[in-house]
Design a protein around this ligand. Structure first.
Ligand code: F6P
Length: 328
């Protein structure tokens, strides 16, 4: 018989993502609804080791659903990778009577949580919070939809100046080693080419495609490049390479960077966060552990954390084909 859960700890870890605050809010309010206590753990595993905690109630999370980032802060903790560090963390959460944990983050967060659970038997449930959308077991991670809209808006602005000056722009987007942001935002922004790690376009095909664009009368072009792309040249080297091989192109580069992680979460991410927070808390109260909450075909489902960590999110081949056709 699993121990009755009376106090749940919640934390955010890894790269922040829009919607994390909405998820924290949902966890706290679901605890309040079930009349159990909730403890905010600041700065992820680093704060857990240091005992950086604060009791949270339904009022503590007023007016945060629309705020980007995470008010519990986030950090990457080297010490938590050591048994001694995890031992300290265990003593800290036991000292305040935390019985279970909701971990909001990416695969690195879940891996640490799994090890912690195996060593100290703390029930844990994960909520996938990362703009990369690279976690198996969910169609959408928290922050991905907001990041897509941020990127499309930025590319629309770049297109204004690209067409005014008849220039080619290479726009680098985030996504770590997957191409979901690049592919979806690229199609959404009408990019002429999209370079993603999952499909090696190759330099020759890139030049050929750009030549074709020019010949078809396109006076400006946008190439969206996933930061993990494997074409073998970074966006600045691609600029030089294209200028050398296609002299009639004037080329510029724009690296969008960390602005993709900010901004007020979209309605989709706020609703997703609210649904995931409820599922996470109620799964713990039902005695479940070592699962990640995800959305699959618009249903909130649980995936064993082990599978979520080991699995790989796949690129949508149908969308890849759409993207090829749209660049005609
Ligand atoms: O995982 C989210 C993410 O934004 C990736 O897309 C990016 O590669 C990475 O984090 C950047 O990490 P940091 O914020 O530590 O520079």
């Amino acid at each position: 018989m699993s121990k009755k859960i009376k106090k749940i700890g919640v934390m955010t870890s890894g790269g922040d993502a829009p919607g994390m605050n909405a998820a924290i809010r949902s966890v706290v309010r679901t605890c309040a609804f079930h009349e159990i206590e909730c403890v905010g753990i600041y700065r992820g595993y680093e704060g857990m080791i240091e005992g950086d905690f604060k009791i949270l109630n339904a009022r503590s999370v007023n007016h945060i659903i629309n705020k980007g980032g995470t008010f519990l802060k986030s950090a990457r903790s080297k010490e938590f990778r050591t048994k001694e560090g995890r031992q300290k963390a265990c003593l800290q959460i036991k000292s305040v009577g935390i019985d279970a944990l909701v971990l909001i983050g990416g695969d690195g967060t879940f891996t640490g949580g799994m090890i912690f659970n195996n060593e100290f038997n703390f029930p844990i449930i994960g909520i996938p919070g990362t703009i990369d959308n690279d976690i198996f077991g969910t169609n959408f991670t928290l922050g991905y939809d907001t990041a897509l809209n941020t990127v499309v808006e930025a590319i629309d602005k770049i297109r204004d100046t690209a067409s005014s000056h008849k220039r080619l722009f290479f726009v680098e987007v985030m996504g770590r080693d997957v191409g979901h942001i690049a592919l979806n935002a690229g199609v959404g922004a009408g990019a002429e080419e999209i370079l993603i790690p999952e499909e090696d376009l190759g330099l020759d095909r890139l030049l050929e495609s750009l030549r074709r664009s020019k010949d078809s009368g396109k006076s400006s072009s946008l190439v969206v490049v996933a930061e993990g792309d494997k074409i073998g040249k970074n966006v600045f080297e691609l600029k030089d390479y294209v200028e050398q091989n296609l002299p009639d192109y004037e080329v510029r580069v724009s690296v969008l960077g960390h602005m993709q992680r900010g901004g007020s979460p979209s309605c989709f991410d706020r609703v997703l966060a609210s649904r995931m927070g409820v599922k996470a808390v109620e799964s713990l109260l039902e005695g479940k552990s070592n699962y990640m909450v995800g959305i699959l075909d618009n249903k909130i489902e649980l995936t064993p954390l082990e599978k979520a960590i080991k699995g790989k999110s796949k690129i949508d081949l149908e969308l890849l084909r759409v993207s090829d056709i749209m660049t005609t």
